[in-house]
Ligand binder design. Structure first.
Ligand SMILES: Cc1cc2nc3c(=O)[nH]c(=O)nc-3n(C[C@H](O)[C@H](O)[C@H](O)COP(=O)(O)O)c2cc1C
Length: 379
């Protein structure tokens, strides 16, 4: 068995542990990235922003480009379907925001995105994909900023795109490719296909990052051992469990650590999360944002419905403190939750919504795909 990777190299960027926080719309803001980074080393990617939004100076897009003062490696995921916009946006990220890494999103399964040929539908157009990647790489190279891409295995089982995408990424100068082992049709349902990750590793020379269904640090090690991936991308497994990054860093350093926080420890983490959100967004919005994390933090703990409801309506840090003080700090971690999926799962799509005739031509060079400047749906 090959030795475990201990670090990750993306072009000129070296990451101390081969672990990446998956970009997640509405989740991986500056506060959450800092919270996770306080737990372990790794690369922490910002929520997706759109190229058009950035180039056109859309305020909402600019507002999302906030970084914590301790965030020394700024990593941003960019969405785009127009090579010129993507190039310009990459240039802005490098020149004005000092980013150290740009990831391009080609995996979004949301119907309103695939309907226009964007997200996970786009890699079907191999020529267009190459143009987008080339523009991004050309814009970022003078700044020595690596560009990576993140994609799915394909549109559905009959229209797989990942091997071609890997080859095109490599030919375009992309530094690494992250593969979520599901098709667009699967959305988040079923199991991620780790064999596809292994097949991509065998197909390309650039680093492949494996993504999908890492619920514990041990899963990450298993994925890397099974696939030969250069690193892992962790999404839903860290929802309500930022300490998984501590376990992941330990695992890639050769130690087996499974952090089992008591409810008191979890309450302290919730407080820290809320505090960071409030620091970055102000107390009102920060508390509102925090609410969506409550059920993930409390998953499997005995906290009753009334308590969960109240936490789900929390509107100030002092109210949060009062509620958290009512939790039993000694309640042990619900070990039945270990290894269990969390976050969205949903069901597969019967049919992926695509533009008329999309599958008839697999090149699409120069073809125009409409991009919404305010697209925020993500993955
Ligand atoms: C709430 C949520 C938002 C997401 N947003 C994005 C996104 O903006 N960009 C992206 O590439 N993937 C996005 N994803 C997909 C994840 O990055 C990841 O590929 C997927 O969840 C599979 O990994 P996991 O099994 O570790 O969760 C999102 C996933 C979730 C659950």
């Amino acid at each position: 068995m090959p030795a475990l990777p201990t670090s990750l190299t993306l072009g000129s960027l070296r990451v101390d542990t081969p672990v990446v926080l998956a970009p997640m719309a509405g989740i991986t803001n500056a506060a959450y990235r800092r919270l996770c980074a306080e737990q372990g080393a790794g690369l922490y990617v910002c929520e997706m922003i759109t190229s058009r939004g950035l180039v056109e100076g859309d305020q909402h897009t600019r507002d999302m480009l906030v970084f914590d003062e301790l965030e020394t490696t700024r990593s941003v995921q960019l969405y785009g379907t127009d090579p010129a916009y993507v190039g310009k946006a990459a240039e802005i990220l490098c020149a004005e925001y000092g980013v150290a890494h740009i990831d391009l999103n080609f995996g979004c399964p949301v119907p309103k995105v695939t309907r226009k040929g964007g997200g996970g539908a786009l890699p079907w157009k191999r020529g267009l994909l190459a143009e987008i990647l080339e523009h991004a790489v050309a814009a970022a190279t003078p700044y020595d900023v690596p560009v990576t891409m993140k994609t799915r295995t394909g549109i559905d089982d009959d229209h797989l795109t990942y091997l071609d995408a890997g080859r095109i990424a490599q030919e375009s100068g992309v530094a690494a490719i992250a593969l979520h082992g599901r098709t667009v049709a699967q959305a988040y349902s079923g199991a991620a296909d780790w064999d596809a990750i292994a097949a991509l590793v065998a197909h390309v020379e650039i680093p492949v990052l494996g993504n999908g269904d890492i619920w514990e640090a041990a899963d990450a090690i298993r994925m890397v051992e099974q696939t030969g991936a250069a690193g892992v991308v962790v999404g839903r497994g860290c929802l309500g469990r930022p300490w998984i990054f501590r376990d992941l860093a330990a695992a890639f350093a050769g130690e087996q650590v499974a952090t089992l926080p008591t409810l008191g420890d979890v309450a302290a983490m919730m407080r820290r999360h809320a505090e960071l959100l409030c620091r970055h967004m102000g107390e009102e919005r920060g508390c509102k944002e925090f609410r969506k994390h409550v059920s993930w933090y409390l998953k499997g703990f005995a906290a009753g419905g009334e308590m969960r409801r109240s936490l789900g309506l929390v509107d100030s840090l002092s109210a949060l403190d009062r509620l958290l003080a009512e939790l039993d700090p000694d309640e042990p971690f619900p070990i039945a939750e270990l290894g269990a999926p969390r976050g969205r799962q949903g069901s597969p799509r019967e049919r992926v919504v695509l533009p008329e005739g999309w599958l008839d031509d697999a090149d699409g060079s120069g073809c125009h795909v409409h991009e919404d400047a305010s697209e925020t749906s993500g993955g």
